[in-house]
Design a protein around this ligand. Structure first.
Ligand SMILES: Cc1ncc(COP(=O)(O)O)c(C=O)c1O
Length: 371
């Protein structure tokens, strides 16, 4: 027994904290790892792009999901999406120090970009994702190092860019020479139809990095993810001194996860997650509808982790946090994801972490907070 913390998060006892964007600990699949063993070869420094066998299994699996061809050579293994973004920042930020992001965007990505010294400029979104005309103007003005986007079950808005919007975005990237970094950690958590393919699958002539992760489809403690891009695009990342010194990332973890991909256990687990989250979302949305009576506008996302609400009163949701705490409920206010006053009226609610009973109760308490 240790008095030191083991995990990043200790959920509060006195509050249903819907600001937590992590998997429910009760759903983490320890049993899946009981019989797995580590391959001796994976105890050596790994190949820079990752274990070839793992890349082959992952490529075949992704290809089946998205109904597109994914070549193993188009994948490099990372320690999750955050690590992938960090490596991309290191390698692409050597000259230009401006990055474009969506408004709003994932709040920790904003911090990561700031850590790398980037000036971050936000591009407006509409109901279908980033506003491409505004993006085009800003690309011409700033000539950014890259555009960071979350095309599927966007964090925080839940929006998914349509197939047409994705194709147009990639075309814009190709025509302007602006690299695109697509943070695609949620697309496999779709509740109904399958989602469109990763942005990196659209046009090999564009520079697109599609970043994937096992954090939300298996377990974040694995620190395992990937970047999809053309071999030429990935080359620039693979040449970095980090991989030359330390070898490819996550060789041991890759050898633990590969059997789960190959024998279908990952697939069954993912089915369970989809079903569980789909029900949780319904419960939360129903409770909000019942208790907020239109004071919070929202669109039901087709998957992912988050429901994004817009408070119909024209003031910042952050002002209501102290009251929410008193009433035993939490949320992330819109100002965490954006500097624009319009987004400050919004709030992000995660439906993945708590069970249905807790989510129903959270909706009731939010009704009091915004009542
Ligand atoms: C959009 C987005 N990117 C990245 C992450 C973190 O992913 P990883 O655990 O793979 O670093 C999250 C987790 O909340 C996320 O929502």
């Amino acid at each position: 027994m240790t008095a030191l913390p083991i995990t990043q998060l200790t959920p509060p006892d006195d509050r249903i904290e819907l600001g937590i964007g992590q998997p429910d600990p009760a759903l983490l699949p320890a049993a899946l790892f009981e019989s797995n063993h580590v391959d001796t070869q994976n105890l050596a420094y790994g190949f820079e792009a990752g274990d070839g066998r793992f890349r082959e299994s992952l490529a075949a699996w992704l290809g089946r999901h998205y109904s597109v061809q994914v070549a193993p050579e188009s994948l490099m293994i990372t320690n999750g999406s955050s690590n992938a973004l960090d490596m991309i920042c290191t390698r692409l930020g050597q000259t230009n120090k401006t990055v474009l992001v969506e408004d709003p965007t994932y709040f920790i990505a904003r911090r990561q970009l700031a850590d790398h010294g980037f000036t971050v400029t936000a591009v407006p979104m509409d109901d279908g994702g980033v506003d491409l005309a505004a993006l085009e103007r800003l690309i011409h003005t700033h000539r950014p190092a890259f555009f960071y986007t979350i095309p599927t079950f966007h964090n925080p808005t839940g929006i998914t860019q349509s197939d047409e919007r994705r194709a147009a975005l990639v075309r814009l990237g190709r025509e302007t020479g602006c690299p695109i970094v697509a943070d695609e950690v949620y697309p496999l958590l779709h509740f109904n139809d399958r989602t469109p393919p990763p942005l990196a699958s659209y046009d090999e002539r564009a520079t697109v990095f599609s970043v994937g992760s096992f954090s939300k489809i298996l377990a974040p403690g694995l620190r395992l993810g990937w970047i999809q891009g053309t071999p030429a695009t990935l080359e620039h990342l693979l040449e970095g001194a980090l991989l030359a010194s330390g070898g490819g990332l996550a060789p041991v973890t890759s050898s633990l996860v590969r059997p789960l991909i190959e024998d279908g256990r990952l697939e069954s687990y993912l089915d369970l997650l989809r079903e569980t989250y789909r029900k949780r979302l319904t419960v939360l949305a129903d409770s909000l509808t019942e208790h907020l009576d239109g004071r919070l506008e929202f669109t039901i996302p087709g998957g992912g982790y988050f429901l994004w609400g817009r408070w119909t009163e024209a003031s910042d949701t952050a002002q209501r946090l102290p009251r929410a705490r008193e009433l035993g409920v939490g949320f992330l206010p819109g100002d965490r994801f954006s500097d624009s006053p319009e987004q400050a009226r919004c709030l992000r609610l995660c439906f993945a972490f708590y069970n249905e009973t807790q989510l129903a109760e959270a909706g009731r308490r939010l009704g009091q907070v915004f009542g």
